[in-house]
Structure formats: C-alpha cells, structure tokens
Design a protein around this ligand. Sequence first.
Ligand SMILES: Cc1ncc(COP(=O)(O)O)c(C=O)c1O
Length: 389
Amino acid sequence: MSSTSLPLTPVAKASPFTSDSRVRPINPHAGLRSVSFSRNGSCCVAFGKVGSSSGTIEAVAVTVDEVPLLSCSEAIERLRACRESVKSKQRFLAMYSSVFGGITTDPAAMVIPMDDHIVHRGHGVFDTAAIMDGCLYELDQHLDRFLGSALMAKIQPPFDREMTRNILIQTVRASKCEKGSLRYWLSAGIGDFQLSPSGCHQSTLYAIVLQDQSPFDPTGVKVVTSSIPIKPPQFATMKSVNYLPNALSKMEAEEQGAYAAIWLDEDGFIAEGPNMNAAFVTGDKKLIMPKFDKILSGCTAKRVLALAQGLVDDGDLAGIEVRDVSVEEGKEAREMMLIGSGILVRPVVQWDAQVIGDGEEGPVAQALLRLIQEDMRSGPASVRLPVPY
Ligand SMILES: Cc1ncc(COP(=O)(O)O)c(C=O)c1O
C-alpha cells in the first residue's frame, strides 16, 4: 500500500454501471473516494476522508489484487452499508428464505447463496401478487401459475401448496406492507455448481415484499415491434427466471423512446410484451386478445376478460374474443392496451409509426383500468385475501 493524493472524484463517476469498460465494479461503502488506473491498466481504489476545501483528499490507494479478506460479520456490515448507499425507488420490507427457514426484515440479509441453481443456471421460476389495502390480490391465481411453472421446470417444491401459501402470507404480515408487491421464487436448490440439479439437497423457496415509490401512471404509451426473438412456447408459457430476452426487449423499446416492445409469434401473430399481455378493441367494438397457448397466461389479462363482460352487458363492447390477432388488425385497432399486474391496464397510443385510433387513451382501456382498480379494492373473496397483520 502506498499513500497518495488523489483528486476528489464523485463516487457516481466510479459507479459499477459506468460505460467506461476499464472501470470494474467497486465497493461503494468502504469509505471509497476515487478510482484510478495505472499505465498497465490495473485499477486503484482510494479510501479516505474528504479533508480539504481545495477539492483533494488524502487517501490510501489499494490495488485490486489486495482485496480484503472479510469475516462473516464484516461481510454482513458491508452488505448493510451497500444497501443503505443504493438509491432505489423500491424498498425491500421482508424476505423469506427456506435456506435459513425464516423471515428477515433486514435488507442486508436478503441474499441468495451463490451455489443456488437459480443464480448460476437460471433453474428457477417466479411469480408475483399485488398487495392493495392490506389484501393480497389474486394470490391463488398466481400461486397456481407458479406451481405450474415449477412443474414445467421440473422443480419439486420444498413445501406443499398450503404451506407455501402460508409462508407467503406470513412474509407479507411480517413486512407490515399494505400497498406493494409480493414476489416469490422456487429454485432447483443449493449444493454445487453443476448443470444437473441432481446434487442439490433440496429445492428452495424465496419470497420478498417490495414497496415501490414510483407514482402510478395511466397515460398512453408508445410501443415498438421487438427485434429480439420471442421465447419458444415451451419457455414462454412458464414464468422461469430466464428473462434475458424480456430485459433486452424492454431495453430495445427504451432505446427508441418507447415503453415496451411487442413480440410476434413464429406465425407472425401478435404475442405479448416483455412483462405484459396485449389487447385491442376492433372497429366493431370487440375486445380481442391473443390466445395464451404460446405466451404467458396473464392473471391480470384473464381477470380483465372476466370484468370486460360488464362492458358487454352495458353495450360499451360488442363482444370478447381470445384468438389469433394479426399485426395489421392490431395496428388498425380502435384501441390497444397493455395488461399486467405491474401496469394493470395501460393504453397504447402508438405502435411503431402507426398512431392507434385517434392517438388518445381509449375509453375501453380507461374503463377496464377502473374496473381492475375497483376489483383490487373491493372485489370478491376469490381475488382478495386479507392479510392477518
Ligand atoms: C412475459 C409476460 N407476459 C405477461 C405477463 C402478465 O402477467 P400477469 O398479469 O400475471 O402479471 C407477465 C408478467 O409478469 C410476463 O412476464
């Protein structure tokens, strides 16, 4: 180690997410003040206190090969400091892990073992459920899909359905969260770094309760057609953790100033978005939605189909059809909308260069959003489960 004086560099410039390929991920919570590089390309990180008004610091530079060896409690302390330094719109309120067989509300302990096959092989499935006004919305519908995904991924859950459900409810209770989101994962388990899960002792269950601070936005969005290949039906119909195509598709949309990219299936019909389904209102006022045989069977989309019957009864819709929808039909629709548990119902006002309808949020999409929001607040017991806080 050698002492040196380094210019005060904002830590943000040395962010692990910097586009400078020379910059390696750094530990942002060890009193770190600066990162620099020697001529041979090795990285120096500087630790120390901001000491002078001239904008320089007295610091100790450490090369990356002098990585500290940490005790368990030191590692946990650093995890805690890391959590506290990360600015996120999401707060993590409680986590259950079958590895430690309990619930923690300490974000520093909300971690997954490195040898879990969900981490290094993507051998895991997940699902969600919204928490609204102290009730879990459509928990049983999501749980059915979750266990169906586990079956397709050949993961034998560590607990039966009732016990799993119970653990999820208890995790929400421990979080004290009355408005947020519950996410849960089943994994092939921990044990080794092989491909086959045959060396895993036991599958694992994890759950987390999140609170998102972002305001809900119902305004119309733009979508584009995805150039990222859609997952084949065997993988698109299960909610596995392999969301790389979905993430790339979302990024592709954002790069074009759009909200989401729409996948087409192998026959060119409209499939779905990266984490939402799509629906349309035709010129003759029918609500149409692509079939679920090659895409994820959306719990929100299915609930919307049921609630939309009320609009048919009132004469606001002429009918409801779940069938193949061509791109031409979709782009010529009177209305287009995205549907999912995160966004609920979001009107689409433009798809690629094509303005949808009159370019404004459509009345059917707005009515369906109102209906699903009402359902979340005061729907029947089949979709609302009060959490026993
Ligand atoms: C690929 C995909 N399609 C559709 C959906 C919508 O499903 P849900 O309404 O159950 O959230 C999701 C949700 O995560 C998804 O990931």
